[in-house]
Design a protein around this ligand. Structure first.
Ligand code: HEM
Length: 511
């Protein structure tokens, strides 16, 4: 009897081992099994998926392009615990973002971003609900009102004497152009957001520039904990540093908001984005809309929207301008041709926005810079909101969708020798800019398309034209090889920090 009980309750060790082996095999099978309908892709390891394939010196967007040569233009890959689909050509991106614009317009849950945005209370990380739509519309209307046409022109005109002051200092020897372009971009955004600009040595400006850079860098490093959830419980000093930087950046934004509130008068016309948000909040209070979730704009929303505009708007533009200077230094013939065009068309007159259509080679060069060095190579991460399809494949709801804009910008089907810097590819035979080339989407497209596209294009144009009108940029003596070289990949692809020489073209700059 004793023996029988022993046999039933405590199987002998080979039986235990067999049971354990079956359990492990089942778990492994479930863990690595590709859900039916998903496109093919690399075989994942348990727990980490194919995450290791993306670590190292080769940036993920390049690895994805290489994988697409084996598995096809849409393939699936397991990132830690989650299945993702990577879309690598224009036709499929068009299908995902434009033909079925709602299906993949969600954002995934992420560790750092969700923490940073008080659980998606902003625009960028929020799900596409009616509240998001309302917030996006407010930001968009502010950008249309305060960051285009005459308003932006006035802002840049006010900033130019300050830029001139900084540049005069820089003429003395090799310098890192980060301060110069950062100053121009931050001031344009700050004027649009808060209605005031910063002076050259304003400590608030240096603080906000320094901290936002740290936050963007930190957010770009958060991948591991986003895709392997248990990783977020592992003590990691890096998260503490990020949280400290983020809290500092938020406190700088909150400080600006509080100062603004003190002088805000809801009866006066809005003068900046913050006024538009405060007015909308006030209207909600007056009209008793506080319980109307769709139109609600809380203090946290205001902080997060302002922070979004700074983070999404400043680093992307600063980085584009840094790539621009680097590419023009590497290609002095292009720089000279832009200068000739400026001389012939606008001469000494400071640039205005209506000059855009008159300077096709300059415009084509800016477009080529955005193609050649795609600043947001994987856009922002999307998520399928419903079961949907891509080509002949099926994507279950919640699948992560990565849009490889870099692959679009380097697709040999659309670009001859994509690795070469050739502004002419954006000009037709009559020297007119080809505005809508299919496989060119630096601002992405569809429902989540960049809110600041018009502002970025206008501001970058005005800044580059003014810089080239007044200065010649060149490589310092002894620097070998190209200057436009990638630094480590992150949320935004930045150039390795570099130094250039600037010489004034004229004794008096045109401001
Ligand atoms: C050269 C400059 C810029 C580039 C290359 C760029 C690129 C992008 C890209 C690729 C996205 C992701 C779209 C997607 O998820 O499919 C995006 C989103 C966004 N951008 Fe930009 N951007 C730039 C400048 C700006 C500026 C100046 C602002 C604001 C003033 C801005 C605000 C935003 C916001 C708020 C989003 C999130 C939109 C949403 O999720 O609904 N960006 N941008």
């Amino acid at each position: 009897m004793t023996r029988m009980i022993f046999q039933f309750d405590f199987p002998s060790s080979p039986a235990w081992l067999l049971l354990l082996a079956i359990m492990v095999a089942t778990w492994l099978y479930i863990n690595v099994r590709r859900p039916p309908g998903l496109p093919p892709g690399p075989f994942p390891y348990p727990i980490i998926g194919s995450t290791f394939d993306l670590i190292g010196d080769v940036p993920p967007y390049k690895t994805f392009k290489r994988m697409s040569e084996t598995y096809g233009n849409v393939f699936s890959i397991k990132l830690g615990s989650y299945w993702a689909v990577v879309v690598n050509n224009y036709e499929l991106v068009h299908e995902v973002l434009l033909t079925k614009p709602n299906d993949c317009s969600g954002r995934p849950r992420t560790f750092l971003f969700d923490w940073y945005t008080d659980d998606k209370q902003d625009i960028t990380a929020a799900q596409p609900t009616s509240i998001w739509k309302h917030h996006r519309m407010l930001a968009h209307s502010a950008i249309r009102k305060f960051a285009s046409g005459e308003y932006l022109q006035n802002v840049t005109e006010q900033i130019r004497p300050l830029l001139q002051e900084i540049m005069t200092e820089k003429l003395k020897g090799p310098f890192d152009p980060h301060d110069v372009v950062g100053f121009a971009v931050y001031n344009a955004i700050a004027t649009m957001c808060f209605g005031h600009r910063y002076e050259v040595n304003d400590p608030r400006l240096n603080n906000i520039m320094k901290n936002s850079r740290k936050v963007v860098k930190g957010l770009g490093n958060g991948w591991t904990a986003d895709f392997i959830p248990w990783f977020r419980h592992v003590p990691n000093p890096y998260f503490y540093i990020f949280k400290k930087d983020a809290a500092k950046f938020h406190s700088l934004i909150l400080n600006e908001i509080e100062c603004h509130r003190e002088s805000f008068d809801p009866d006066l016309p809005a003068k900046d984005l913050l006024d538009i948000l405060l007015k909308s909040q006030k209207e909600g209070e007056v009209e008793g809309k506080l319980d109307d979730v769709e139109n609600r704009l809380t203090n946290v929303n205001i902080k997060q929207i302002m922070s979004d505009i700074f983070l999404a708007g400043v680093d992307t533009q600063t980085t584009t301008l840094l790539w621009a200077i680097a590419c023009l230094v590497d290609n002095p013939n292009v720089q000279e041709r832009i200068k000739r065009e400026i001389d012939e068309v606008i001469g000494d007159k400071p640039p205005i926005l209506s000059d855009r259509g008159k300077l096709p080679y300059t415009e084509a060069t800016i477009m080529e810079i955005m193609r050649f060095r795609t600043v947001a190579p994987l856009a922002l991460v999307h998520r399928a909101l419903v079961d949907t399809t891509i080509g002949s494949y099926t994507l279950p709801a919640d699948t992560i969708v990565l849009i490889n804009l870099w692959a679009l910008h380097n697709d040999q089907k659309y670009w001859q020798s994509p690795e070469k810097f050739q502004p002419e590819r954006f000009l037709d035979s009559s020297n007119t800019v080809i505005q809508r080339l299919p496989s060119f989407l630096p601002f992405s497209t569809g429902r989540r398309v960049c809110v600041g596209e018009s502002l970025a294009k206008a501001n970058i144009f005005l800044t580059i034209v003014w810089l080239i009108q007044n200065f010649i940029f060149s490589k310092p003596e002894g620097v070998e090889g190209p200057v436009a070289v990638h630094d480590k990949p992150g949320l935004v692809t930045v150039p390795k920090s570099y130094k250039v020489l600037a010489n004034s073209r004229n004794t008096v700059c045109h401001i």
